[in-house]
Design a protein around this ligand. Structure first.
Ligand code: SF4
Ligand code: SF4
Length: 301
């Protein structure tokens, strides 16, 4: 049985699913892009450290183990630099849209949300298993040439299969038991990002001034990391920088996943002409007046 908070989340996600989620396909596309990148780097021999055959690669050339290791460290450094810069602007956007581990957190919920019949549940399980298998195979291909499964000794083959199965068991537990608990409190990258994204100018904006919020709390219930996006725009959290721009103290833990926005949109789906107060977009705007700061206007991205 799901914990109460997760049961609430699944209930809201199911309601969103019935009214046609807008972000689902976009998220699948972005996660597929991340996965393709993970596969492409070792497959194109940009970096591979082959612990089985000793064929190490860097930028398309065979190199020594030490050189490949250095290349790996540089690649990780570049990745860190890119995510650091993108997080300064978009906050933990990567966590919500590009992180394969974050996507695995959703797979168990997908079975609850979309598996209305036995057949559909099987389909969701198969799709989830395929995603986890592809992700783990991609990760392993950075460290061992997949040809080990054909040309390797029995010991090498079985070690590779054993490592894959052990990782798959971890993936299963993550999808069905740990879910967003990992993203919320254990992911070292996420914990680090909280410190560097507290003033990211793109995120969840709550239009309190419109008075459109009906306080249904669907946005809170659906949030995978237990946030209340309605508080992101609280007057007490306003701040003014040296250029006289008004900011909302956007919550640094927000994954920018947009689930709350989808939930809010679902509430207003049949209320023609009324704009949902939650949006995923720019949070800064240049104030025309010097003071006092008023409610910022959110702009959709
Ligand atoms: S989902 Fe929208 S209407 Fe409901 S409480 Fe949240 S912001 Fe208000
Ligand atoms: S506040 Fe909204 S966008 Fe942020 S993590 Fe929660 S549901 Fe996702």
């Amino acid at each position: 049985m799901l914990p109460l908070r997760d049961a609430d989340r699944v209930k809201v996600l199911s309601a969103v699913d019935r009214t046609g989620p807008r972000y689902r396909l976009r998220r699948i596309a972005s996660i597929t892009g991340s996965l393709a990148l993970l596969v492409a780097v070792p497959a194109l021999h940009l970096v591979r450290i082959d612990v089985w055959g000793g064929e190490h690669w860097l930028l398309g050339e065979r190199v020594s183990f030490i050189t490949a290791l250095k290349g790996f460290m540089v690649a990780m450094g570049c990745l860190y630099g890119i995510t650091f810069l993108t997080n300064m602007i978009f906050g933990r956007f990567f966590c919500g849209w590009g992180c394969p581990v974050g996507h695995v957190s959703r797979l168990g919920e997908e079975v609850s949300v979309r598996g209305k019949t036995r057949g559909k549940r099987v389909v969701q399980h198969v799709l989830g298993a395929l995603f986890v298998a592809s992700f783990l195979a991609a990760i392993m291909s950075w460290w061992v040439d997949p040809r080990v499964l054909i040309d390797g000794s029995a010991a090498a083959r079985w070690s590779t299969v054993g490592a894959f199965l052990a990782l798959s068991a971890g993936g299963f537990c993550h999808a069905f038991f740990w879910q967003f608990t990992f993203c919320r409190s254990a992911c070292p990258v996420g914990i680090y990002y909280r410190f560097v994204t507290s003033r990211a100018p793109v995120g969840i904006a709550f239009d309190k001034a419109s008075g459109n919020c009906v306080n249904c709390r669907s946005c809170e219930k659906v949030c995978p990391v237990d946030l209340d996006p309605k508080t992101f725009g609280d007057a007490t959290a306003f701040d003014v920088d040296a250029q006289n721009r008004v900011s909302r103290n956007n919550d640094a833990e927000c994954l920018r996943c947009g689930d709350c926005v989808e939930a809010c949109r679902m509430i207003f789906a049949k209320k023609k002409g009324i704009l949902p107060p939650l949006r995923l977009g720019r949070i800064f705007r240049r104030e025309r007046k010097a003071s006092p700061p008023q409610q910022p206007t959110a702009m959709d991205v």
